[in-house]
Design a protein around this ligand. Structure first.
Ligand code: ADP
Length: 662
C-alpha cells in the first residue's frame, strides 16, 4: 500500500481524519479534564483552608468571650444596675448561702439552700431555710386542746388569742390552727375568712412555705369541698402567681402547689411554663449542688448543661469562700452568632453528648471544618461551613469555565479545520485521479483512429490497395477518422475555453423544436439502425435565446450518451415539453441506468461511471460537464432522472425567449 492509497477516500481518509483531528482533540480534552480535576482539588483545598481558619477564629472568639465573661462575674455580681438577658441568672454561693439575681426569674430554687433572692444590692434574704418554725407556748396549748382534749371550740378560742402575738410566724401558725378548728366545727365561711387574713400576713412562713401560699391553697381546697364557682378564679390566680413566680419555693413545693391548682382547673386553662424557664431553674439547682462539691481552688471555668431539651451554659468563677456562676440559655450566643452570620458562616456548636447548642450540625452543607472541644478547651465542638458554598462561583471555578471553554473552542477548531483540510485533500486527490484516468482515456481515443489511419495510408502509399473502388473507400474511411479526431480535438479545446471562462456564445432567437429536429436527423444518420431514434419535436415554434452551435452540441452529447450507454438496438427518444415559461428538451434511453451515488458526480469533469469504465465504453468524462456549462450559460438547468435497470432521462430546461430580439 502506497502513501497515496492512504489518501484515497473514504475509508483511509476517515482513519486519517481521526488521526489528524479526533486524536489531538481527545488528547486536549483529556488534558483539560485532568486540569479541571486538579483545579477542583485545589478549589476544595482552598475552601477547606478558609473554613479551617474560620473555625479557628470562631473558637478563639468563643474562648475570648468565655474568658471575659468569667473574669467579669465578680463585677457583675456587685453591680446592681447591670442587665442580664431573660434566660440568664447569676448565682452567688458564699458561706452556704445562695443568692440569685435577678429575683423572680427562677420558678423554684435548690432544696436545702439558704436562699437570698437579691433584688437590688444589698441582698434581701427570703431563704427557705430561714423558716424554722418558732416554738410558742400558746400555740402548743391550743394544739393540746385541739388534738388531745378534742375540743375544737376551746382550741379555736385559744388559737384566736395566740393570733394576736407579735411574731408573724406565731400569728401564721395560730391562724392555720384556728381555720382548722373552724372547719372541724363546719364553719366553712369563717374558716375562709381566717385564710384571707392569713393571706395578708406578709412574708411569714408556715413550715417553710409562705403563709399566703398556704392560706390561698387551703382556701381553694375548702372551696373545692364546698363546690363553689369561686374556686376556678382563685385556683387560676394561684397558679398564675406560682408561675410568675411570686414565691421562693423549692422544686417539690412548686410542683405540689402547681399540681393542686391545675387539678382544680380545666385542662389548658393556664399554659405550662416554657421548658426554657423550667430548664433554667433545674440548671440553677444543678449548679448549686455542683458548687457544694466543687474544688474551690480551681479559679474559673465553664461547662454546658442539657436540661429538659434546652441547652444551657454555665460560666463560673471561684471567690473566697464560694463561687459566682452565670447560668444562661442560648441568648448568650446571639451576639457572636450574628457576627458569624454577617461573615456568611454557618456555625454549629454541640456539647460532648452531641446536643446542639447552636445551629443544626447535620444540616451544614459540605465541606465542614471542625474544632473539637478537646482541642480548644471550649465546652462545645465547633463546626463551621460556608453559607455561600456552591452558590457564588469562586475565582477558580470561573477560571475553570474559561479553560474549559478555551479547550472546547480549540478542539472545535481542530476538528473543523481538520475536516476542511481532509475534504480539500480528498477533492484534490479525486481530481488528480480523474485527470490521470482522463489522460489514459484520451490517449486511447486518439491512438485507435491514428493506428488505423497510419495502416491505411501505408497501404495506399505502397500501392497495395487493389482497385479504384477499394482506394476510394479507404479515402472515405481516412476522411471519417480525421473528422472524428478533429471533433475530439475541437471538443477538448471547447471545454478548455469554457473552463477558462473564455467560451464565446453568440445568442440568437431560435426555434428549439427546429434545432432539435435538425440535430436528431444528423445524429440518426450515424445510428444503425437510424430509426432507433424516435423524435417527437413537432409543434408550434418554441423560441429560446441561444447559441445555435453550442446548444446543438449539448443535445448531441446527450444523444451520444444515450446511444453509448444502452444496448445497440434499444430505442432512444427525443422529445420537447412546454413548461411555465420554460421549454424542456429530453433524451430518454432504455440503458443500464445510473446509480444514485453516481448521479451526483456525473456532471463533474473527467468523471466516468464505474459501469462505463468496466465495460470499455469509450469516453473522456467531459460530455455532461460540457452540457452543464452550456446550459448554465443559457440560464437553464440539466436534470437527470435515472435508476439502475430503468434507463435514464436527461432534460435540458431552458427559459422561453421573453422579448423580441433586437
Ligand atoms: P463519458 O460519456 O465520456 O464517459 P460523460 O460526461 O458524457 O462522459 O458522462 C459521464 C458518465 O455518466 C459516463 O461515464 C456514464 O457513466 C454516465 N452516463 C452518462 N450518460 C448516460 C446514460 N445515458 N446512461 C447511462 N450512463 C450515462
Amino acid at each position: 500500500m502506497t502513501i497515496r492509497d492512504w489518501f484515497r477516500p473514504p475509508r483511509h481518509l476517515l482513519a486519517l481524519f481521526v488521526a489528524a483531528t479526533v486524536v489531538p482533540a481527545l488528547a486536549l480534552g483529556w488534558m483539560a479534564w485532568l486540569s479541571l480535576g486538579q483545579d477542583a482539588a485545589l478549589d476544595r483545598q482552598r475552601v477547606q483552608d478558609t473554613l479551617d481558619a474560620a473555625a479557628g477564629r470562631v473558637a478563639s472568639e468563643l474562648q475570648r468571650r468565655l474568658e471575659d465573661q468569667s473574669k467579669g462575674l465578680a463585677t457583675l455580681s456587685r453591680d446592681g444596675t447591670a442587665q442580664l438577658r431573660d434566660d440568664a441568672v447569676l448565682l452567688t454561693i458564699a458561706g452556704g448561702r445562695l443568692t440569685v439575681w435577678p429575683t423572680g426569674r427562677l420558678l423554684y430554687y435548690p432544696p436545702d439552700a439558704i436562699i437570698t433572692a437579691r433584688r437590688e444590692p444589698p441582698a434581701v434574704a427570703t431563704g427557705l431555710a430561714d423558716s424554722e418554725t418558732p416554738r410558742d407556748v400558746a400555740i402548743e396549748a391550743a394544739a393540746a386542746l385541739e388534738f388531745q382534749a378534742r375540743d375544737p371550740e376551746a382550741a379555736a378560742a385559744a388559737f384566736r388569742r395566740a393570733a394576736n402575738a407579735r411574731n408573724p410566724a406565731v400569728q401564721a401558725q395560730a391562724l392555720v390552727g384556728l381555720a382548722r378548728c373552724l372547719r372541724k366545727m363546719n364553719r366553712s365561711q369563717d374558716a375562709l375568712g381566717v385564710y384571707d387574713r392569713l393571706a395578708q400576713l406578709g412574708p411569714a412562713r408556715v413550715e417553710g412555705v409562705p403563709a399566703d401560699l398556704v392560706a390561698r391553697h387551703a382556701g381553694c381546697a375548702l372551696l373545692a369541698l364546698l363546690k363553689t364557682s369561686e374556686l376556678q378564679a382563685r385556683a387560676r390566680e394561684l397558679l398564675l402567681d406560682l408561675q410568675r413566680p411570686r414565691w421562693v419555693l423549692d422544686r417539690a413545693s412548686f410542683e405540689f402547689y402547681a399540681g393542686e391548682a391545675r387539678g382544680w382547673l380545666p385542662a389548658d386553662a393556664v399554659p405550662l411554663p416554657p421548658p426554657a424557664r423550667l430548664a433554667l431553674a433545674d440548671a440553677a439547682g444543678a449548679v448549686e449542688s455542683l458548687s457544694r462539691t466543687a474544688d474551690s481552688a480551681s479559679g474559673r471555668g465553664w461547662t454546658t448543661l442539657w436540661q429538659r431539651g434546652c441547652p444551657l451554659l454555665v460560666v463560673w468563677q471561684n471567690v473566697p469562700g464560694g463561687r459566682i456562676a452565670l447560668v444562661t440559655g442560648p441568648s448568650w450566643l446571639e451576639r457572636p452568632a450574628a457576627v458569624w452570620t454577617s461573615e456568611k458562616l454557618l456555625v454549629a456548636l454541640t456539647d460532648t453528648n452531641a446536643h446542639a447548642h447552636l445551629g443544626q450540625p447535620e444540616r451544614l452543607p459540605k465541606p465542614v471544618a471542625i474544632a473539637s472541644a478537646a482541642d480548644t478547651g471550649l465546652p462545645w465542638t465547633v463546626r463551621v461551613a460556608s453559607a455561600d458554598s456552591g452558590r457564588v462561583p469562586s475565582m477558580l471555578a470561573r477560571n475553570r469555565r474559561l479553560l474549559f471553554g478555551g479547550f472546547a473552542v480549540v478542539g472545535l477548531l481542530i476538528v473543523v479545520g481538520g475536516f476542511l483540510v481532509a475534504r480539500a485533500l480528498a477533492r484534490e486527490l479525486a481530481v488528480a485521479r480523474l485527470q490521470r484516468d482522463f489522460v489514459s482515456a484520451v490517449s486511447h481515443e486518439f491512438r485507435s483512429p491514428l493506428t488505423s489511419m497510419k495502416h491505411l495510408i501505408e497501404m495506399l502509399d505502397q500501392d497495395a490497395v487493389p482497385g479504384e473502388d477499394r482506394r476510394r473507400q479507404y479515402y472515405r474511411v481516412l476522411n471519417a477518422e480525421a473528422d472524428r479526431l478533429h471533433k475530439m480535438v475541437e471538443d477538448l479545446l471547447n471545454f478548455g475555453r469554457m473552463e477558462a471562462g473564455k467560451a464565446e456564445y453568440r445568442f440568437a432567437r431560435l426555434d428549439v423544436r427546429a434545432l432539435a429536429g435538425q440535430v436528431a436527423s444528423d445524429f440518426a444518420g450515424q445510428l444503425a439502425p437510424p430509426d432507433r431514434l424516435e423524435v417527437s419535436v413537432a409543434g408550434p415554434p418554441s423560441f429560446v435565446d441561444a447559441d445555435r452551435e453550442a446548444l446543438a452540441r449539448a443535445i448531441r452529447n446527450l444523444l451520444d450518451n444515450a446511444a453509448k450507454y444502452s444496448p445497440p438496438a434499444a430505442p432512444i427518444r427525443l422529445g420537447i415539453d412546454e413548461g411555465a415559461g420554460t421549454v424542456s428538451l429530453s433524451v430518454r434511453d432504455e440503458g443500464a441506468g445510473i446509480p444514485a451515488v453516481e448521479q451526483k458526480m456525473i456532471f463533474t469533469k473527467f468523471y466516468r461511471g464505474a459501469d462505463a469504465t468496466r465495460s470499455g465504453v469509450k469516453g473522456t468524462g467531459l460530455g455532461l460537464a460540457t452540457v452543464q456549462h452550456i446550459v448554465r450559460a443559457h440560464h437553464g438547468d440539466v436534470r437527470v432522472d435515472s435508476a439502475p435497470g430503468r434507463g435514464s432521462v436527461f432534460s435540458i430546461v431552458l427559459p422561453h425567449a421573453k422579448e423580441p430580439m433586437s
